[in-house]
Design a protein around this ligand. Sequence first.
Ligand code: ADE
Length: 224
Amino acid sequence: MRIDIITILPDLMKSPFSDSILKRAQSKGLVDIHFHNLRDYSTNKQKSIDDYQFGGGAGMVMMIEPIDLCISKLKSERDYQEIIYMTPDGETLNQGIANTLSLKENIIILCGHYKGVDQRVRDLFITKEISIGDFVLSGGELAANVLCDAVIRLIPGVLNDETSALTDSFQDNLLAPPVYTRPSDYKGNKVPDILLSGNFPKIEEWREEQAYQRTKERRPDLLD
Ligand code: ADE
């Protein structure tokens, strides 16, 4: 999978890709990340990419031309299955969206700033708008990092058995059950006996029941 990220702050975004699972996914050749600094596509001397909004009002708007130049250049080089815009008024990210995106070959992610992008960018180029929750971040960069992490770990071959996504919360619309490790008794707080029993079918049954109970208590909407 190839991910092209269009941003005015590439340096802000790089560190999550240089550690742990995302780093390994790149060294295994399973994902290829490319950053494009939108300022490199500015057509004026000041390298500006935003301007005042028509009709007045506080806040700058990202201009269409640099974004058009960047996206058009990328599209002339390969086909993209999705051009995503990170925005708080997009569809809220969930595990299903992450699963679907993890199977794409090439995607572009555009990070917004200020008041966002000129509406014509959204009308002409964007195929999917994603929010990571009902709150407003300073820009789309951290949201794009969250999206990339959620997607990349699902690309076949990225996770090994130890880190398998199959038992994650949400993977089957249930929250994950509680987990424990040594010691089995910490200051009188004991691990449930069943987990020490060695009876694996019973342990699996217990985990399913715990996952169901936890989901019912905390996220009954997932059971609908
Ligand atoms: N940009 C600013 N806030 C955002 C959010 N919650 N999700 C996605 N992109 C954003």
